[in-house]
Design a protein. Structure first.
Ligand SMILES: Nc1nc2c(c(=O)[nH]1)N[C@H]1C(S)=C(S)[C@@H](COP(=O)(O)O)O[C@H]1N2
Ligand SMILES: [Mo]
Length: 330
């Protein structure tokens, strides 16, 4: 829904103080095109005129994001080549090999798409993709990403803080955690026949983690919409946690009172905790977490980087865990 303001034309329903003016203007132009009856595909085709922070690789529809004012939103490290970020993936619904998602995920149907937001909220709502694209201004966030397996990437994501969606549905005081459920479609996902994990893939956050401005509801990367293998059309990105917390192709968001039972923690509770904050001092029982290999830099012989506490986002998120024993709550 677009709210009309008689003075200034169209006003974003959730314009916030962390939104840069450029992002706001991009958004406003987008909304005007939507109001003119354009389809989302039309709106995306139209967006190239808007100033984009990252030039897209020219593979998918453009989805540029404005500059983010969120602290820590842009690492200065060099983004991983698009080719590596889209061919070396974990998306077990399509198979367990790193190359499986790029080979099989094109079969996933990403339109139409809805995300049902339910549970302990005052305003439960089913968002379609168009609703999500309009909910808040798109920002580019260049985040370090660290997989629990010991590799990392730097990815320019496009999206906005999940907090915008949280505000829109008005969580009840009893909502303490949030669950993300992702798509299960046996017809297009060969991996769900294997019982490596319980499907759907479920992840979760504590409410203060979910509301943290760095927690990104993600609709694009490298200035374009998400490739299917990276979790199209909408996924989570929580940059201070291990990669598996970042559920791909989200279809349901539930607000709950109890800590969610997440897929990885259910499959191996001693290996994958609920928090899964990146921590070089708390090792996986079967391997060290002290260092990481940056994908796209020199293959298997690449120098190993030192892994940082909270993946380097400690100044932004450290206070969420004050007084917590990070060995116990791993
Ligand atoms: N639905 C779903 N989401 C998922 C996974 C998965 O298997 N299924 N794998 C996770 C893991 S282990 C990682 S490291 C990241 C990888 O994201 P990327 O391929 O976009 O880099 O996605 C996460 N999200
Ligand atoms: Mo991962």
């Amino acid at each position: 829904m677009i709210i009309r303001n008689p003075q200034s034309g169209f006003v974003h329903p959730l314009a916030s103080d962390i939104t840069s003016r450029q992002a706001y203007l991009n958004r406003r132009r987008w909304m005007l095109s939507m109001a003119a009856g354009a389809t989302v595909a039309g709106a995306m085709a139209w967006v190239p005129q808007a100033r984009a922070a990252t030039r897209g690789p020219g593979v998918l529809a453009r989805l540029p994001g404005g500059e983010s004012a969120v602290a820590g939103a842009r690492t200065i490290e060099k983004p991983t080549p698009y080719k590596d970020a889209t061919t070396y993936n974990n998306f077990y619904e399509f198979g367990m090999d790193k190359s499986d998602p790029a080979r099989h995920a094109h079969r996933m149907k990403v339109r139409p798409w809805t995300v049902s937001v339910e549970g302990l909220v005052g305003k439960p709502r089913v968002f379609d993709l168009e609703d999500l694209l309009r909910l808040a201004p798109m920002e580019e966030r260049i985040y370090r990403m660290r997989c629990v397996e010991g590799w990392s990437m730097v990815i320019p994501w496009v999206g906005y803080s999940l907090s915008h969606l949280i505000e829109a549905v008005q969580p009840l005081g009893s909502a303490k955690y949030i669950e993300f459920h992702t798509l299960v479609d046996p017809d297009t996902m060969p991996g769900v026949r294997a019982r490596v994990l319980e499907w759907p893939y479920v992840e979760g956050l504590r409410m203060d983690e979910a509301r943290h401005p760095l927690t990104l509801l993600t609709l694009g990367m490298y200035g374009e919409v998400l490739p299917n293998q990276n979790g199209a059309p909408v996924r989570m990105v929580i940059p201070w946690k291990y990669g598996f917390k970042n559920g791909k192709s989200v279809v349901r968001i539930r607000f709950v009172e109890q800590q969610p039972a997440t897929s990885w923690a259910k499959s191996a509770p001693d290996e994958y905790g609920f928090y899964s904050n990146v921590n070089p001092d708390v090792h996986h029982p079967r391997w060290s977490q002290a260092t990481e290999r940056r994908i796209g830099e020199g293959g298997l012989n690449a120098r190993r980087l030192k892994t940082q506490l909270f993946n380097g986002y400690e100044p932004q998120v450290g206070q969420l865990y004050t007084g917590m024993d990070l060995r116990r709550f791993f």
